[in-house]
Design a protein around this ligand. Structure first.
Ligand SMILES: CC(C)(COP(=O)(O)OP(=O)(O)OC[C@H]1O[C@@H](n2cnc3c(N)ncnc32)[C@H](O)[C@@H]1OP(=O)(O)O)[C@@H](O)C(=O)NCCC(=O)NCCSC(=O)CCCC(=O)O
Length: 359
């Protein structure tokens, strides 16, 4: 399974009714010495990615350590030490919501059998995560039915829950009832600049003020394990209200490969929270945000996908008010298949605008 602790190879607990053998093919690794299951079962289209550059999301961030039956920690596998930090923490200095959701789904996935797959999850972020200490993940096996299994996971720090996450898994089932919306028409990834290339371009702007130069340089230095290609990105000095919609191509940084869909769902959970909530702020450029945080996060997994291949993230915010904003998102594969739907509500506390503060 995942990173070993003190040399002991930690394997996921066989879920009830799962043979010991199949329980060993965890969603990440069979053992720290064997190839990750994502390569062991590699079939179909090999990514054109550099296969030596494994995604840190798989080798580290989502590679939990099993402490006991249905109890996991990210202490050793997430480069997290009692004095150190998690792999990447937003400037808000709260643990990134996508990390906690992705790790909670890993813990839940370890407790179900191999032949069922995550189809939905619903979470509440109940306390800010502390980037200076590890996170414990406690799995409660709510029910195992013939076709569906439901798990509840509590992410715990300092003895208190920071996240509660319910997830449901379904065995593969066919049905004649199938439809989906049509994917938006946008430029393809190879026609666009990455977020880093855009920042480099802005930093070459002779009119760039020191304030923006510092902010953009800090952004460039962040080790976000996600690659992004914004579509029609607003200028960094934007001072106009935009529609509460944004599209960007997104993928995990590094190679993951074919393999267990559970793993790609956990990576997509991480990816889905990045730059998502900000969609609700696009029309409100005149306000300075004093505090913002995700309150909840829901996902529905519709079709197989590769989280290390470009997917279009179509984000929109239909509503904001009462210090809250709702954002909805759809992750599209390049072939037009709708792979994942997401929804999230967040809390915003803002400073009154210059005009209002004169009233
Ligand atoms: C959402 C809250 C804060 C709600 O808890 P609460 O106790 O009811 O909170 P609270 O007392 O209302 O305030 C908490 C904090 O919100 C701030 N605040 C509160 N009211 C105002 C105000 N009027 N103006 C300015 N700031 C205000 C203050 O800092 C409050 O903290 P304090 O009371 O000073 O300790 C809590 O449940 C919580 O922290 N949940 C966890 C949220 C979280 O960690 N989400 C995931 C990480 S955020 C993320 O990943 C998305 C990134 C967004 C992005 O950058 O894209």
């Amino acid at each position: 399974m995942a990173a070993s602790s003190g040399g002991k190879k930690l394997l996921p607990e066989p879920s009830k009714g799962t043979s010991a053998a199949s329980a060993h093919s965890s969603i990440l690794r069979k053992s720290s010495s064997e190839k990750p299951v994502t390569e062991a079962t590699g079939s179909g289209s090999k990514s054109s990615r550099n296969e030596d550059l494994h995604s840190v999301l798989v080798t580290s961030v989502l590679n939990l350590e099993r402490l006991d039956l249905d109890l996991y920690s990210n202490e050793h596998s997430n480069r997290c030490t009692f004095t150190g930090t998690h792999h990447w923490v937003p400037r808000s200095r709260m643990l990134f919501g996508g990390q906690i959701v992705g790790q909670a789904l890993v813990a839940a996935a370890m407790s179900v059998s191999e032949n069922i797959y995550a189809h939905s999850l619903h979470c509440y972020f109940v306390r800010a995560g502390d980037p200076k200490v590890p996170v414990l993940y406690q799995v409660d096996r709510i029910r195992d039915g013939k076709s569906f299994s439901v798990r509840s996971v509590k992410a715990i720090q300092h003895g208190n829950p920071i996240l509660i996450c319910q997830s449901s898994f379904q065995r593969k089932m066919e049905s004649p009832i199938h439809h989906q919306f049509t994917m938006p028409v946008v430029p393809s990834p190879n026609e666009l600049l990455t977020q880093e290339e855009l920042i480099q371009k802005y930093l070459r702007d002779p009119a760039l003020t020191e304030k923006y130069k510092v902010g953009l340089t800090k952004l460039l230095a962040e080790e976000v394990p996600i690659e992004i290609k914004p579509i029609n990105p607003p200028e960094y000095y934007r001072r106009v209200a935009l529609e509460s919609k944004q599209h960007f191509w997104v993928r995990a940084r590094g190679y993951i490969g074919e393999g267990n869909m559970k793993l790609h769902c956990c990576v997509a959970a991480y990816i889905s929270d990045y730059s998502f909530l900000r969609t609700a702020l696009l029309p409100h450029f005149q306000y300075k945000v004093k505090f913002m945080a995700s309150l909840d996060h829901s996902m529905w997994f519709h079709a197989p996908f590769r989280s290390d291949e470009w997917m279009l993230y179509e984000c929109e915010s239909p509503w904001a008010g009462s210090c809250r904003g709702l954002v909805q998102g759809r992750l599209w594969k390049q072939d037009g298949v709708l792979a994942v739907s997401c929804a999230q509500e967040g809390v915003f506390y803002v400073k009154p605008s210059a005009a209002e503060s004169k009233l």
